[in-house]
Design a binder for this molecule. Structure first.
Ligand SMILES: C[S@@+](CC[C@H](N)C(=O)[O-])C[C@H]1O[C@@H](n2cnc3c(N)ncnc32)[C@H](O)[C@@H]1O
Length: 249
């Protein structure tokens, strides 16, 4: 089954912001500041923009932000938020980078892993390169799973509070994962327990940093910087978050 049908953001959208807003200000502020610094007043493009969690505050920095996402439900949430009218939003596949013109910053956060095949990953980079302005940067945030992700059965690896929004009784979100170190696929179950209990399936494929560099090189991009977090701390072998900046070689 294709990732595009497995990852059901159409129904997950209603929970997404309540959960993802758990990104504290101490992460969100430096993230948006770094993106704004790198954009340096030039237009920016977010690939898999979701509900605009990052694109909206970035546009408040005076950056012209465009975004694409596959899920109409995620985009519908974005469009209802204040400031959305300033963004240029397209529903589509990020692999196609369906935009004209060029961008000084193209970024993809917590989403590159939805590309399950090497063909899609290569097309992604080739199309990104075509839309990158001279002197522009590509920023990609990915994860490196720890050993607890790899088992023959689902392991519960996260439980978080789901602040009540529209769903007064919905209170917890549990995440189970079964990972395959050879195919690099992580099969996830996200369970929302509360008044309206639901189980979502997510299938993602993590990439090793060297693999990401090689994919970027195939499009003529080379690694310019790599951090462990948005405070730009150095990436080390125990880092589980990978933020990579690529520029034309
Ligand atoms: C974890 S969310 C991240 C959203 C946003 N980048 C953020 O950090 O809040 C993943 C998003 O990727 C989108 N997505 C998954 N595969 C996609 C694809 N091939 N093209 C465009 N969007 C995709 C989903 O619809 C969802 O909105």
């Amino acid at each position: 089954m294709d990732a595009r049908s497995v990852n059901n953001y159409e129904s997950y959208a209603e929970f997404y912001d309540n959960w993802q807003d758990s990104w504290p200000e101490s992460v969100m502020t430096p993230c948006v500041n770094v993106l704004s610094d790198i954009a340096a007043g030039r237009p920016a493009l977010e690939l898999a923009v979701g509900t605009g969690r990052i694109a909206l505050p970035l546009s408040q920095h005076g950056i012209e932000v465009s975004g694409v996402d596959l899920s109409e439900a995620m985009l519908a949430r974005l469009r209802r938020k204040p400031g959305a009218e300033k963004l240029s939003i397209v529903q589509g596949d990020m692999v196609d980078v369906p935009f004209e013109g060029t961008f000084g910053l193209i970024y993809c956060i917590a989403s590159f892993e939805y590309l399950l095949t090497q063909e899609d990953q290569l097309r992604f980079f080739a199309n990104v390169e075509k839309r990158l302005a001279i002197g522009g940067s590509v920023i990609i945030q990915t994860i490196i799973p720890n050993e607890a992700f790899f088992s023959n059965d689902f392991r519960l690896n996260r439980m978080s509070d789901l602040p009540s929004g529209e769903h007064e009784m919905a209170s917890v979100m549990l995440m189970g994962v079964k990972g395959d170190p050879v195919t690099q696929v992580l099969d996830q179950r996200i369970m929302v327990l509360g008044e309206k209990s639901q189980v979502f399936r997510h299938k993602i494929r993590f990439v090793w940093p060297n693999e990401l560099d090689l994919l970027a090189r195939s499009a003529g991009l080379s690694l310019h910087a790599r951090w462990n977090n948005w405070q730009r701390d150095a990436f080390v072998s125990t880092s589980r978050l990978v933020i990579s900046e690529y520029r034309r070689a």
